[in-house]
Design a protein around this ligand. Structure first.
Ligand code: NAD
Ligand code: DAU
Length: 352
């Protein structure tokens, strides 16, 4: 039986990874370690919380003594590390919390794995989940390859790049068995409404302005979250130790175009006149240091491990909108309390 630790499993992507692995591998013990920050939500895992192969541990990866004790008492075979501060805008407002969680938290996990595995690495794996933002920003053309030099531009991406470097340094120095993946923008159910698509879904529903940074010309490469979870499963089980895999949707969109498409889908779902929600689009001050374009070349993952996205974007967007419209309790819970003060600090200056 494999004993697997997933960090950040109560978050957006982590909860999909936990669900996939708990349902697919009945003979694994899946431990979800999560500090339940504003972004962590156990409601994301209501459907698997009673599974006999699933266990939740509340804890903070920045707490060195706690992490050390956890690893000593559990002797995990594998770690899939997703816990992180993940929102670029928050990193601009408070870089230090990104340093703590994303860098120090990752090093605590690496140290604990190194200590408890003590050079006996047979059958062990430390899988670090990272982002395409470590590669910086692209111009009009070109793609991020696994060999592209790191050039992070925001405090968030600098902290993720640093954690990637630490993971590789532990592989090189201590021979820790690691694998890293760098993925493009995810969308889908359970994403916290600080990120572009769920924020706009929430605002369209409530007839509130849709804040588009700058002229809406920045480009992102969108992947349905379940396809990311499937890629993580494939890489964890079949990836070559020491390798890096890029994961992406082959699906680039300008921000303004994607928000307009979302408005049209929402108008249809909410029985509004076509074009009505587009009137909510409001151009606001640009994000500081806003990366122009991300685009992943995921052909290594496709050619070596046979993974490719399963959903067309339009289908994934419909599924996402349907999920948010039918999970109103989830949306209400996460947009009450702390969210209100975050939102007014970040956006109220743009409202009438
Ligand atoms: P998220 O913000 O939705 O979830 C992060 C989770 O980590 C939350 O459950 C939170 O409670 C937990 N967490 C935060 N700090 C912690 C700490 N100190 N100790 C323990 N748990 C802690 O993030 P997400 O969007 O699901 O991203 C997950 C991972 O995937 C991150 O590492 C992120 O960098 C990476 N990633 C995200 C995307 C994306 O589009 N969202 C794309 C590529 C890579
Ligand atoms: O590329 C992978 C990354 O994608 C992940 O590593 C990050 O964790 C994840 O948050 C995401 O980062 P982005 O900054 O690209 O995502 P976000 O949803 O914040 O923004 C998407 C684009 O939309 C970006 O160009 C900024 C713009 N935007 C965002 C918000 C929140 C707006 O125009 N208005 C907004 O209100």
């Amino acid at each position: 039986m494999k004993k697997l630790l997933i960090t950040g499993g109560a978050g957006f992507i982590g909860s999909h990874v936990v669900r996939l692995l708990v349902n697919k591998y009945a003979d694994y013990s899946v431990y979800n370690l999560d500090a339940l920050t504003y972004a962590g939500n156990l409601e994301n895992l209501d459907d698997v919380k009673r599974a006999s192969n699933y266990h939740f541990i509340k804890g903070d990866i920045t707490d060195e003594a706690f992490v050390d004790e956890l690893f000593t008492s559990h002797l995990f075979d594998g770690i899939i590390h997703l816990a992180a501060e993940s929102h670029v805008d928050r990193s601009i407002a408070d870089p230090l919390s990104f340093v703590k969680t994303n860098i120090i938290g990752t090093v605590n996990l690496l140290n604990a794995a190194k200590k408890v595995w003590a050079g006996n690495f047979e059958g062990k794996l430390f899988y670090h989940v990272s982002t395409d933002e470590v590669y910086g920003s692209l111009g009009e053309s070109g793609f991020f390859l696994e060999t592209t030099s790191y050039d992070p531009q925001s405090p968030y991406s600098a902290s993720k790049a640093s954690s990637d470097h630490f993971v590789r340094a532990y592989a090189n120095t201590y021979k820790l068995p690691v694998v890293i993946s760098n993925c493009s923008n995810n969308y889908g159910p359970n994403q916290f409404p600080e990120k572009l698509l769920p924020l706009c879904i929430h605002n369209i529903k409530n007839n509130k302005p849709l804040p588009v940074y700058g002229k809406g010309e920045n480009i992102r490469d969108w992947l349905y979250v379940l396809d990311h979870a499937r890629a993580i499963d494939v890489i964890f089980h079949q990836g070559k130790v020491g390798e890096t895999y890029n994961i992406g949707g082959f699906n680039e969109w300008k921000n303004l175009d994607i928000v307009e498409l979302l408005c049209d889908v929402m108008d249809r779902k909410l029985n509004r006149t076509q074009g009505e929600s587009r009137k909510l689009i409001t151009f606001v001050k640009d994000r500081a240091g806003h990366d122009k374009r991300y685009a992943i070349d995921a052909s290594k993952l496709k050619e070596e491990l046979g993974w490719e996205p399963s959903l067309q974007f339009e289908e994934g967007l419909e599924k996402t909108v349907d999920w948010y419209l039918s999970n109103t309790n989830w949306l209400e819970h996460v947009t009450s309390g702390q969210y209100q003060s975050y939102y007014s600090k970040q956006y109220s200056k743009y409202e009438d």
